[in-house]
Design a protein around this ligand. Structure first.
Ligand code: FEO
Length: 170
């Protein structure tokens, strides 16, 4: 049985994963329509799906442990961006925040001596290492590319290859 404190903290994480899914969906739509970048579009559609899966995993866990998973309301994320660089900066910023939140949850699970939750969260710890690593690598690449159109073309063409190499795609 989950303590009230852990349950509330896990439900906050549910909301955060849902917000991530929305944020990346908006990035996909921007890339598709405003930027016409097929690779980046696909990348963010998939990222958005992954975040939904992260949310679902938490929901199932909360309910399985005798808690009540609360489906959060939807908030509109940022829907328009000045440049591709801004999109990826936001992506990294977002992932860093998620990692901090997961780390705080891990700390809380130890404080509360909830070892099952601590164990459950290890998957998220590994996932965040991958996600942050991917976001940093893509930001570094884009910094090199700058405003160079052929560079952006290549970045867009290669992003999925890169994603599959860096992330497990879970
Ligand atoms: Fe589920 Fe990328 O944080």
């Amino acid at each position: 049985m989950l303590s009230k404190t852990i349950q509330e903290a896990l439900n906050k994480q549910v909301a955060m994963e849902a917000a991530s899914s929305q944020a990346y969906l908006a990035m996909a739509s921007w890339a598709e329509i405003q930027a016409g970048l097929d690779g980046v579009t696909e990348f963010f559609y998939q990222q958005s799906d992954e975040e939904r899966m992260h949310m679902l995993k938490l929901i199932r866990y909360i309910n399985e442990r005798g808690g009540f998973a609360v489906v959060p309301p939807l908030e509109q994320p940022i829907i328009t961006f000045q440049s591709l660089q801004r999109v990826f900066e936001e992506f990294l910023k977002h992932e860093v925040q998620v990692s901090e939140s997961i780390n705080a949850l891990v700390g809380l699970s130890l404080e509360e001596m909830d070892f099952a939750t601590h164990n459950f969260l290890q998957w998220y710890v590994s996932e965040q290492i991958e996600e942050e690593n991917l976001a940093r690598t893509l930001n570094d690449k884009l910094e090199l590319v700058g405003d160079d159109k052929s560079g952006i073309y290549l970045f867009d063409r290669d992003i999925m290859v890169h994603r599959n190499a860096t992330s497990k795609g879970e």
